[in-house]
Design a protein around this ligand. Structure first.
Ligand code: HEC
Length: 281
């Protein structure tokens, strides 16, 4: 029993994955697209943590009444003094400044979840969710942060205070040529502590036939903090999913009604077809 409990505990503290080409595979984000409280929390996080670097130029503040906020609440909690409630969610940083400060311009996030959507694979919401959960400290990077989903990203982990400390371990098996020019399979384990300092270990693998591989795992210091953080990130990602397509819930409902109609009409059509041809056959 205790062993089982400990096992479960370790499981939620540690997350392990194998890299695909490019970056880490994407996690599936919880679907909260119709959960107004979650979307409101997402809006609050977005305005407080993202809207200074990223704009959402396709969204007006007063559209947020559609996720259940009143204009008074929007004014009080989400607006900076210069903005009016009918304004677009713009920022004062120009693309040129962004480029000068970060080396690249932070993209407008209005349509990011649609841009990152794949037809059959993970959704754009999954992308943003995994990306925001993929940051680890790395002193070798300019911002002090690196990311498993977007390696050497120019964005710092702006949510780090909510996340709590985590360590990251990266394991790669690859062929290394030694001094004599002989190829040797080697396992390189890099462990980044919560301050971003890395310890690197090389092990030579004898009689290894598995081919190259790349995997990673995170370990959170405190499970409660990290679970709360994950939930916040889910809210924020779903909010960005809503921003990209505020009408999506309505669209899906209409789609369901249309399909239901077509299905019922099929029976009507079959019966009518039979009735019309009854005397001919
Ligand atoms: C300090 C400025 C800054 C803040 C604050 C910031 N970002 Fe970024 N963000 C950037 C920069 C710079 C890039 C471009 C990174 C690159 O291309 O290397 C970026 C890129 C992104 C991308 C695109 C990644 C991709 O694959 O193209 C997403 C999504 C994103 N940010 C989401 C967010 C969210 C959500 C927040 C709020 C929690 C946020 N950002 C806060 C600077 C910032």
């Amino acid at each position: 029993m205790i062993k089982k409990l400990l096992g479960a505990l370790a499981l939620s503290l540690i997350s392990t994955f194998a890299f695909a080409e490019g970056g880490a595979p994407l996690d599936h984000a919880p679907n909260r697209i119709t959960d107004l409280a979650a979307l409101q929390n997402g809006a609050k996080l977005f305005v407080n943590y993202c809207l200074n670097c990223h704009s959402a130029n396709a969204m007006r503040y007063n559209n947020l009444t559609e996720i259940g906020l009143t204009e008074a609440e929007i004014k009080k909690n989400l607006l900076f003094s210069r903005d009016k409630v009918g304004d677009l969610m713009t920022i004062s940083m120009t693309p040129a400044q962004g480029k000068a400060w970060f080396g690249t311009t932070p993209p407008d996030l209005s349509l990011i979840t649609r841009a990152k959507n794949t037809s059959f694979g993970p959704s754009g919401v999954d992308y943003v969710y995994s990306y925001l959960l993929g940051f680890y400290r790395d002193t070798a990077q300019k911002t002090g942060w690196n990311n498993t989903v977007f390696p050497t990203v120019a964005m710092p982990n702006v949510l780090w205070e909510l996340e709590g400390p985590r360590t990251y371990t990266d394991v790669q098996v690859h062929e290394v040529t030694d001094d004599q020019g002989k190829a040797q399979w080697t396992r390189t384990t890099k462990t980044y502590d919560h301050a971003g300092f890395v310890t690197v270990k090389h092990e030579t693998l004898d009689n290894y036939t598995g081919g190259t591989s790349h995997a990673g795992h995170f370990q959170a210091a405190d499970e409660k903090t990290f679970d709360a953080f994950k939930s916040d990130v889910a809210d924020l990602s779903n909010f960005l999913g809503w921003v990209a397509e505020p009408q999506q819930t309505l669209r899906k409902q209409i789609g369901a009604v249309v399909l239901l109609f077509l299905f019922l009409f099929l029976f009507v059509a079959i019966r009518m077809n039979r009735a019309y041809w009854k005397h001919v056959r």
